[in-house]
Structure formats: C-alpha cells, structure tokens
Design a protein around this ligand. Structure first.
Ligand SMILES: *Cc1c(COP(=O)(O)O)cnc(C)c1O
Length: 382
C-alpha cells in the first residue's frame, strides 16, 4: 500500500484495493459462468480509466467497456491488450478501421453503422467483431424491434462474406435502479424475443448481456452471459433504494480532499462569497477550501454541500465559486493546511458522494464523474 501523500491544494485519492474488492464482491454475486465487463467510460467515472481497467482485470473482469471508440482505442494504445474491449457510442465517420485493427468489439445499433463497419472491414481486409444492440424499451440507442429483422439479416449476410463476426447481442435497462419497476420485466421479455429471433436466424453470439450495476445487484435473471457494472465497481450505490454501499458490501473508491487555504476571524453580519447569500450570525471563523465548480464541485450545492474539517462536518457557506468556497468554522481555528474531506467512504465521519448528490439534487454518478482534470488523482494500492 502506498503511503498517503502530503496534502496539496486538493486531490482525489483512488483506492484501487477497494476497486479490486468491489469487483470480487460483484463476481461473487453472479454465477461462475457470468463474465464481468468493467465499465470505464468517462475516464472510469472520473477515477482514471487505465488504472481502473487494469485493477478490474486483476480482480477477474474479462471485458472492459467504454462509451466512445476513442476511449477504447486509448486503452489499447496505453497497452491494455490482454482483455476484450467493447465500445458502444459510435457516430458516423468514427474510426471503424482502427477499431478493427485494435480488436475492439464494436456496437452496431442501426444500418448506417453496419454499412460503415463493413466498408472498414473491406478496407482493412480483416473481420470486424460487432455486437448488435437492441432497444428493448430504453428509447435511447439500439435497434427498435420493428427494425431488428433487417439489421440481423444484413449482419448475417456480412458475416457469411467473412466481413464481420456477430460476437454479441445486447441491450440496456431504463429503470433497473428502481427495483420492481414494470419496465424491467417488459424489457426482459422484449430482449428474450429479440435474442430468440437472432439466434434462430443463425447468429451465434459469444455473449448476451443487458445488466448494468443495479441489475447485477438485484436481478439475477438479467445476468445472461455477462454483466456490465460501472458505478458499483467504484463502490457507489446506483440509487439509495438499491441499498447503501455498506449494505451492498461495496467500498467507495474515490475520496476528495483539500487543504484549508486560510482560516480567519470575522465579525457578525459579514457577507460570505459572491452575492452574499450567507451572512455570519455573530463573531465566527471562516475556512477557505480551494476547490470550486471548475473542479467539479456543483455550484448547485452552494449553501448545502457538507465537508469534514477538524473533526466536524461543516456546510458550504454561500456560493461555490469557480476555484474556491468557504465554510463557517463556528469559532474553531484549525491550522491552515488542515485537511478538508468533501467525500469518501464515510466510515471516518466524512460525507459521501451520495451526500453531495443529495445536496446538489443530482445522482452520485455525476458527483464523482465531474471531478475536474485540475484535481490530481493519487492512486493507493497499486
Ligand atoms: C454506463 C453504462 C453501464 C454501466 O452502468 P452503471 O449503472 O454505472 O453500472 C452499462 N452499460 C452501458 C451501455 C452503459 O452506458
């Protein structure tokens, strides 16, 4: 285990030991034949894609998933070679040929994408690995049931010509984070029907998959051959009603910390930060935390975000600015440089990413994912 480094302005500590443990916990919750795809899109939800992908593979993930082909290609270029990588958010003109050369599994949701990937396969002289995506009810990406027969038929024609191999059939849930939501069973029904059609037509997929984190945790009948956890791998619950991290046996991976930059005495009636939305109620002390919305601290959490400083949880006083915000220390005088913990696992009295999500009317996914590039990531447990 690496020593915790000295505090700087701010840092996001990424506990790779916790990430590995979370992957093992997820592994233990699925049948032994079910593979794990570690979802590391958006720089691993702000945690660092390459290191998180490597840690997940060490802990038993056999696939890695990204949204864009650029994210997937960057992982291959960085040397992540010993694992399948799938990416699903393609835009016309994207680098299909590079994807083929890199051995990516490339999602195809419609005929335009099939046309482009077939063209790239002709150019490169190599067979493309494609996974057909079904829109089973999410209404976002994926092929509608009415268009599925044509997409499957055209993909099989390209497969017969040796241009593609259909390696997967897959879909995505709309409401898996609301256990019992009627759309869940409805989507599973549609998925089974679409799988059945494709398999009867002659597709022999290596993997069929639909489960994100909440479905991995709550819906064994949705596991099929592979599950695609993202947020759970980072130790954050997909939604409070699915359970807390602790209840799910998961440990939050990211801790966001800063060094208090200034502590000072102010009189009562003093306005604090832009707009003076906070005014001190009497003589007090203020602490300056050098993190702001440029670092991903939601401005919407102005007056509400929680921060552990000097043994107590304080509240953001007034507006979150671009680079800094203030907490009212209520007369306490910790030394400048004292650690301020915005969020972490929560077992040392510090707030969690979910607490910040509640303060900012959003979801914990957005809190961790938006932590900005200006905040250095410090890796523990490499
Ligand atoms: C982001 C994403 C996931 C992971 O979702 P979580 O809720 O974080 O587990 C899985 N599949 C697809 C297609 C995604 O876009």
């Amino acid at each position: 285990m690496t020593e915790t480094p000295q505090p700087r302005r701010a840092r996001a500590e990424i506990d790779l030991g916790a990430l590995r443990a979370n992957v093992r916990t997820l592994r233990a919750r699925v049948d032994p034949h079910v593979q794990i795809m570690a979802v590391v899109k958006a720089d691993a939800y702000g945690h660092g894609a390459l290191r998180c992908a490597r840690a997940a593979v060490e802990a038993g993930a056999t696939w890695v998933g990204t949204a864009t082909p650029q994210e997937a290609l960057a992982l291959r270029a960085a040397g992540l070679l010993d694992v399948r990588i799938m990416c699903w958010l393609w835009t016309p003109g994207d680098p299909w040929a590079e994807g083929i050369e890199a051995g990516l599994d490339m999602s195809v949701s419609g005929l335009w994408a099939l046309t482009e990937v077939v063209e790239a396969a002709r150019e490169t002289g190599r067979r493309a690995r494609i996974q057909l995506k079904a829109d089973t009810g999410l209404g976002r990406n994926g092929c509608q049931p009415a268009d599925w027969p044509e997409l499957v038929t055209e993909a099989l024609k390209a497969e017969a010509q040796g241009l593609v191999k259909v390696t997967g059939l897959w879909s995505h849930f709309a409401c898996a984070d609301e256990p019992g939501h009627p759309s869940i069973a409805a989507q599973l029904d549609v998925f089974r029907t679409m799988l059945d059609f494709a398999e009867k037509a002659g597709v022999e997929p290596e993997v069929r998959h639909i489960a994100n984190s909440p479905a991995t945790l709550t819906l064994p009948e949705a596991h099929f051959d592979l599950v695609r956890p993202g947020i759970a791998m980072y130790g954050v619950s997909p939604a409070p009603e699915v359970g807390t991290s602790a209840e799910l046996g998961l440990r939050p991976v990211m801790s966001l910390k800063a060094s208090v930059a200034l502590v000072k005495d102010v009189p009562g009636g003093h306005g604090v930060s832009y707009g003076h939305h906070y005014v001190t109620s009497g003589d007090t002390t203020l602490g300056l935390v050098p993190l702001g919305y440029a670092d991903g601290i939601p401005r919407h959490a102005s007056g509400r975000g929680p921060v552990l400083v000097d043994g107590r949880v304080r509240t953001v006083a007034g507006r979150v600015a671009m680079d800094q915000f203030v907490v009212d220390l209520g007369g306490d005088r910790p030394a400048p440089g004292t650690e301020a913990v915005l969020f972490g696992p929560g077992d040392r009295g510090e707030p969690t990413a979910q607490d910040w999500a509640d303060a900012a009317d959003t979801i914990a996914y957005e809190i961790v994912t938006r932590i900005g590039a200006r905040v250095p990531r410090v890796y523990l447990g490499e």
